[in-house]
Design a protein around this ligand. Structure first.
Ligand SMILES: [Zn+2]
Length: 236
């Protein structure tokens, strides 16, 4: 059984552990700096507005959305969506996250290649992800009925590998996009004087913790892909 294979655990544990660690780091850094007011007194929305306006992106709207850390930039709507806390609060964490999302708008304006590639990959990845889930369940069914060594299973496993490789590639291309958005955010925050030099470390802690969650997801996917490949090769 694929689920109870001890080899699966071996492949899954590094990603899981890093995932838990990343979540812990993000929750603690975000929780801590949510309570630290930014010296400039700007809310997340005001800070993002300044960054966007300075770049000539006056037409990029900033809207408030419910939820915690639901912040994102929508390239199709050319709009920033900030969670209520980050939209309203003048905290170090809010300003850091809001500036990061503004960083994605700056990437879009600059036609930053990894962002464009990531955008192009969205529909393909959604399809691959859904198809993978279905194929995976079909593969388990084949195992249950004892057909795990047949030619059909062989086709299924390599199809699953191909689909999951697309999902993994998407997560790999997400990394430069996220790191670069944070880099642009910090650059603008300091240049425009929204954040002072004694607040730089705190901003970096929040943004690095957020980036680590993307690294954890990517490592989980790579390990799962390697596991699938190991099954495919063993059954050849
Ligand atoms: Zn981002």
């Amino acid at each position: 059984m694929m689920f109870f294979d001890p080899l699966w655990l071996l492949f899954a544990i590094p990603g899981l552990l890093l995932g838990f660690y990343a979540q812990f780091k993000l929750t603690s850094a975000y929780g801590r700096y949510m309570r630290v007011p930014v010296e400039s007194g700007l809310s997340g929305a005001q800070a993002a507005r300044q960054i966007l306006d300075h770049a000539g992106l006056n037409d990029v709207a900033i809207a408030e959305v419910p939820g915690r850390l639901t912040d994102h930039y929508d390239p199709r709507k050319r709009a920033l969506f900030l969670s209520s806390e980050n939209f309203r609060q003048p905290s170090v964490a809010a300003v850091g996250v809001a500036a990061h999302e503004a960083g994605h708008a700056l990437q879009h304006q600059a036609a930053y290649a990894p962002l464009n590639l990531r955008m192009m990959m969205v529909p393909v990845t959604q399809f691959a992800s859904t198809a993978y889930s279905l194929i995976f369940m079909f593969g388990i069914m084949l195992m249950w009925v004892g057909h795990s060594s047949g030619a059909l299973f062989q086709h299924i496993i390599w199809l699953a590998i191909g689909l999951f490789a697309v999902v993994t590639a998407f997560q790999i291309i997400t990394l430069p996009v996220e790191f670069d958005a944070s880099r642009r955010a910090k650059e603008q925050l300091f240049r425009l004087g929204i954040v002072h030099s004694d607040e730089q470390g705190a901003i970096s802690q929040v943004l690095n913790a957020a980036a680590l969650t993307y690294v954890a997801s990517m490592i989980s996917s790579v390990m799962q892909l390697l596991y699938l490949i190991s099954i495919g090769r063993n059954r050849r």
